[in-house]
Design a binder for this molecule. Sequence first.
Ligand code: 6GU
Length: 228
Amino acid sequence: MLFIDIITLFPVMFQGIKGTSMWARAQDMGAVALNIWNLREFSRSKQYKVDAPVFGHGPGMLYRVEPLFAAVEQLRSDSSWVVNPSPSGKVFTHEDARRLAHKEHLIFLCGHYEGIDQRVIDSLVDEEVSIGDYVLTGGELAVMVIIDALIRFLPNVLGDSQSLEEESFSRGLLEYPQYTRPEIFRCQRVPEILLSGNHSRIDKWREEKAVEKTKIIRPDLLEGKGGM
Ligand code: 6GU
């Protein structure tokens, strides 16, 4: 069982996803235990203030250190791994999802405004992760993306274990095109070969299509594979 604690000022953002689809399934089967904590409840100041202006000059508010220290120090144990989502972190990949899925306990911070006080990062955070080269208004969506990606690696969460192995990125290729019924829709036919029943020819066709697509859309994935 993987324990996940999320510290956020906007717990409501997680309510929908927590009870939906694979997230619900993973919790129901005991693969993951998710707890959402309101950062404000860890603030001891009268007005429950959790933010303050940045020292120096320029605009922006930061998360104060005290509530974050109180939260992490209450929740963590020796086996905890603290992740701070941030556009200045290392870009999150399929391999990071697999690696995080093998931890015992993950604690996610969700910064807003301009971010969090550097002392939190220096003393509490094990890893900073970005989900891509753009800026979100807060860490919650990034945390959802990260958890969604890692949940797929928890044992038995995906019904058909093949779908994990065959997918894009495990093989370093984008996914080949797939079709279902009907065979003809608005004059567009399903490629004949997929109806042939010939598994080895279908596998070969899928591989070719995957390489073709990867060359056009993500040539960087083929670098170093002798595929260019
Ligand atoms: Cl992890 N957080 C925020 N706020 N923006 C991002 C991000 C994370 N990754 C990309 N942009």
